[in-house]
Design a protein around this ligand. Sequence first.
Ligand code: VGL
Ligand code: ZN
Length: 206
Amino acid sequence: MKTLIITDVQHDFMPGGALGIATANEIVPEINAIIPFFDHVFATLDWHPPHHISFADTHKMKPGERIRVGTGEQILWPVHCVQGTWGAEFADGLHREKIEAVFHKGSDPKVDSYSTFFDQSRRRSTGLADHLKKHNLHNLYFVGLATDYCVLYSVLDALELGFAATVIRDACRAINLDKWDEEKALRAMRDKGAKIIFASELKKRE
Ligand code: VGL
Ligand code: ZN
């Protein structure tokens, strides 16, 4: 039984979007092509209120600058994925018929959330882990955006929660603020026990 988690495939992460990733559009047909391999499909959306803590504008600062939040650090981003706006909608062309449920993250104005399971403060759960456990879905495959943020933190949380996690690396793209961020993220996930594969390695029955 294989479960696909489609992470943040939204207009604002597409080329030309508010937080656009140069080749992110290429993953849409790649994801569509592998959906038939999965028994269950879920999706997540980055879903921020206006003036979210992760927006540079909120602090009258510039994207890429950093602030301290509690004990951690917050990278500031351009305004992106604002609830209810076009930029926060699924990217054009993504097949949605098999998506059983959509989980929203980053909706607390004061806390950012890269992981699809918890927000950064680890206080608020998105409900995804409970949903998966309730339905006995333990074999998770991750695709989407971005390899070095949401995919990375979601996979690390999945492993910590006891799920098996596989990353389909060619159906993900990285933001790469630093050019090695994608490689570092893949290594960090592999080191914690994730499997890293290419879409061509997927098998129908497993
Ligand atoms: C993401 C940066 C800011 C992501 C979301 O989905 O990876 N990255 N918000
Ligand atoms: Zn965000």
